[in-house]
Design a binder for this molecule. Sequence first.
Ligand SMILES: C=C(OP(=O)(O)O)C(=O)O
Ligand SMILES: [Mg+2]
Length: 401
Amino acid sequence: MTLITDVRLRRVLDSRGNPTVEADVLTQSGGFGRAAAPSGASTGEYEAIELPPSEAIAAARRHAVPRLIEEVHAGNQREVDGALRAADGTDNFSEIGANSAVAISMAAAKAGADVLGAPLYQHLGGAFRGENFPVPLGNVVGGGEHAKEATHIQEFLAAPVGAPSVSEAVFANAAVHARVSEILDERDTPAAKGDEGAWAPPISDAEAFEVVDEAVSDVEDELGFEVRFGLDMAAAELYDDDEDGYVYGDEVKSTDEQVDYVAEMVEEYDLVYVEDPLDEDDYEGFADLTERVGDQTLICGDDLFVTNVERLQDGIDAGAGNSILIKPNQIGTLSDAFDAVELAVRNGYDAVISHRSGETEDTTIAHLAVATDAAFIKTGTVQGERTAKLNELIRIADDAV
Ligand SMILES: C=C(OP(=O)(O)O)C(=O)O
Ligand SMILES: [Mg+2]
């Protein structure tokens, strides 16, 4: 039986050294699941609410735990997530915190899988999952909210689209990361690392394009399969209402100039992926850009859609973007994240499952990506909390989870 018999919540460290919520879920027949909430830095305005972990834990103990213990089955994800929503009573988990909700939701899924004796991706995605793997998008150079004194664009992402296996793809991204370091060295450019382990050199965006392009080409030549790159522009962080434009240091680009700029970069560097190229309210700008280059590249909404089916439906209606970033903690439960993937896929949008800049060793998103047959997973390149997910993908492919 997967009847939940206990839910334990605690504060643990995340990769930035901040506290986050970890949940354990236990079931009647001895099933056990543990999961921890990640945390964003460049968070979207419309995300579900992350409460300070102590508050989130206290509120979840008061409101949610009594509705779960001896009441719902860990194997029935909709029942678990429905109980979390009912316990919270708001649209955005502002009562118990999306951090408590997502940790419990993911821990219950793991407990359900444990009772079944199935890997999590099969419990969530069905018996026929595990054949296809997502292409890992590997953050190799970055700045924005993830590193000061570095690029304005938040993430330059290696994309080994031609890799014959997920393992070779993961190692290709690590090779690009290493090659970027050598190229920066050759240019006498020192580089710290940002929150996700990407190099954070004090260079212009234009120079970063050159460096990443060179690194990707070198690794492609060395490995003999296609390696391209993409971006997360996190443009909501660049947009300034007072300036009525996108602020790149001393330069301000109007919305039209921003669309032109991104379209030019897509052409010049054959970009395979562009996330959040415009502000989080600008469906029209997203639609313009998608019209221009959407047949050549993925235009992905992160802060635009925040894993929310209503915002995604607005985007579908407007022709804004052709893919959605899926971050379970943006919406609070796995059921809601699955609903967003399903709506996306039904409308020809690709799903990209993603980590947050603040992470733990939790590997749920690796299973989620395989369970949903997602086109891409964005989960960094190196650094323990990132390699936890990448190594789990390798284990899933090796049938070793
Ligand atoms: C991973 C990202 O960063 P954060 O978690 O800070 O939102 C992102 O913007 O896609
Ligand atoms: Mg993003």
